[in-house]
Design a protein around this ligand. Sequence first.
Ligand code: NAI
Ligand code: PHE
Length: 355
Amino acid sequence: RLDKTLCWDGELTVTRHDRETGTSFIIRLDSTRLGPAAGGTRAAQYASFGEALDDAGRLAGAMTLKMAVSNLPMGGGKSVIALPAPRNEIDQGTWKRILVLHAENIDKLGGNYWTGPDVNTNSSDMDLLNDTTEFVFGRSTARGGAGSSASNTSLGVFEAMKATALHRGLGTLDGLTVLVQGLGAVGSGLAVLASQAGARLLVSDTDSERLAWARQAGHDVVEIDNVRSTPCDIFAPCAMGGVIDSAVAGELPASAVVGAANNILADDEAGDILHQRGVTYAPDFVTNAGGAFHLVGREVLGWSEETVGARTRRIGDTLAEVYSIAESEDIDTDRAARILARRRIETAGTHPPHT
Ligand code: NAI
Ligand code: PHE
């Protein structure tokens, strides 16, 4: 498995192991063609080192596509910290050591890779990384960073949802049933926006406090195991990736899939099966780019909050382009979005390293 995982088309894989905490660190740079590679730091437990490497590679690839399709001047990379225990069981001292080691690794890449928050890391973690390395997006605003990207990601997914509902012939969100899987930072914001637009919300989470919040807001809760078999108009995966494999794609009782999770499709055939069944899939790397607009927009391009919001609202226009390519070429939407991203990468000049 390791042989296969390491033979990829990306540019660089960096790994380190810390015997004291039992933590493995991975940074993978998929592409620096459009600019320094950027992508968040994900901390999670993995069944094996190979699985962690695979995840980092797939997530880095998604960042390349996200930046390209969004016309942002960055490449794609990602960090995975493979933890020795669940994040909530790791004490403060150990977590701090882990972050310092990770920051040392990032710093050695000399600006070819910029990190940011992702699953299980937040702005205060970015502040801590920034004590050791400058190549960090999403520090707290008190430390001069752009802060959390989550609410702008919710806005982008909401725009994508509206555009996709229209494209699919469902009309506006008013009266539609939207199933949000994962009521975290992004999913909860999305639930608020969709509900304000008149959608009926079905929700699911593993965290009982988040479900209590949802019940109080008047949303109906779906059991974790029933999420992919519950009928809805729009399914919004906002927890982890890999939720739709070929088998699920063949049965999913929804008209459209529009979510925030990175790498929603678990295999290559899933997108094709959804396409054949008339389920419109909004490619995740187009839909969830609001976080990148926020971080890169504010911290690299000097955009105001208004400009970030305006660019994020145009995610619907990018999706319209994707849907038009998919229709004219009779291919699935994931493939169409990859074509659009590749076009943008190929027409751009090669970015010289270190600038
Ligand atoms: P989060 O960690 O705040 O929220 C994730 C939520 O999913 C938590 O409430 C968790 O309890 C829940 N969850 C975990 N496993 C679940 C399961 N099996 N079923 C139902 N719920 C489950 O993370 P955040 O920031 O909201 O991100 C969500 C997804 O969106 C992640 O995949 C992330 O990579 C992606 N994303 C986030 C961006 C951001 O700006 N925060 C930007 C782009 C993508
Ligand atoms: N992790 C988020 C994403 O997947 C936000 C992020 C964007 C982090 C760009 C770093 C760089 O989009």
